[in-house]
Write a protein that binds this ligand. Sequence first.
Ligand SMILES: CCCCCCCCCCCCC[C@@H](O)CC(=O)SCCNC(=O)CCNC(=O)[C@H](O)C(C)(C)COP(=O)(O)OP(=O)(O)OC[C@H]1O[C@@H](n2cnc3c(N)ncnc32)[C@H](O)[C@@H]1OP(=O)(O)O
Length: 353
Amino acid sequence: MALTPHVYWAQRHDDIYLRVELTDAQNISVKVHENVLRFRAQGRGAKGQNEYEFSLEFLLPVKPEISYKSTQRQVNITLQKEQRGWWEKLTVHERKPVFLAPDFDRWLDESDAEMEIQEREEKLKAKHGPDNAFDNPKLGFLFSYNLVQFLGFSWIFINMTVRLFIFGQDFLYDTFHSISKVMFFCQILASVEVLNAAFGVVRTRVLPSLIQVVGRNFILFIIFGSLEEMQNKPVVFFVFYLWSSIEIIRYPFYLLSYCDIEWKTLTWLRYTVWIPLYPLGVLAEAVAVIQAIPMFDETKLFSIPLPKPIGTSVSFSYILYIYLVLMVLGLYINFCHLYKLRMRRIHTKKKAT
Ligand SMILES: CCCCCCCCCCCCC[C@@H](O)CC(=O)SCCNC(=O)CCNC(=O)[C@H](O)C(C)(C)COP(=O)(O)OP(=O)(O)OC[C@H]1O[C@@H](n2cnc3c(N)ncnc32)[C@H](O)[C@@H]1OP(=O)(O)O
């Protein structure tokens, strides 16, 4: 004959929690039909290893969907009330069933539960401010910024992919002319990210964003923008493609996180695809710098004139050699930063679940 386990309960305005004292429960069946919950499982309870069951007729309607989780020590069941509110007791019966008792670990009275809701809402507000973009200028600003960048980089990425399919290798030599205007726009706008970090608009460090923005704009404006000969090189294609590949993931990730939506695949991609893309990006940028060195020597563009008695000028290519060293340093700093972010965002979450 089936025995009855000890059951403990608590409530919130929306939910009912039941804790069934059964160790190593197996073959669990929990169903709600016509507002009656029926539980049956095998496990070790107060009367040893056995089959245990109970039923409860709730005071007020609950939703038919049930979630339960079996741990080594107990089975935790959560039900949702059909209508939000506070119940004076759990069951319809005049006297409470003998196997049922309050779960003092989770027990709150009505006013404490209200305070709990308020605290949760305040925490959310402290994190994001008021949750409506129209009420919160910061949220509205970040949302618009990320949306514009997402659209810009998506245009670049899709345009480049389609052109590559249509024109084949020829497009490698023509990337700058067809894409650069939008890339200039997006990369100038990206300077906002350094300001966001500096003024605490987003919780992040300034240096990684500064390295990225200064690094990319140096390549875009100085190497590609000022040397016409560089603009027809295939390296432009690789640099633009690598930059936009990460941004079509990063910006929608920010957009969703500001709507409090977490899409696990996107989070994984945001904190993983940099592993191949970042070194490749830096490599492509380094190739561009190396290709530009003889051009700066030849054209004497940006060369620094020395005083007349010395009579010559210092080629800009020396700056480029220094820049190549800085790139390695920048790669190291941002790689470590991204690695820490990945550990925090992916690995700690895995542990928590
Ligand atoms: C001093 C100047 C020296 C100059 C030296 C120059 C040296 C040059 C070195 C050149 C290296 C650059 C190479 C690079 O250009 C190559 C490439 O880009 S190749 C393509 C691959 N690239 C990547 O994968 C990197 C992409 N970029 C990033 O990942 C980031 O921009 C990064 C630079 C790493 C900064 O990331 P961040 O610190 O912001 O991390 P999170 O994204 O996790 O954000 C932290 C929290 O802030 C919130 N946040 C951040 N930005 C926004 C935003 N725009 N909108 C909303 N919220 C934002 C984010 O949600 C996090 O909040 P929470 O923790 O609450 O979730």
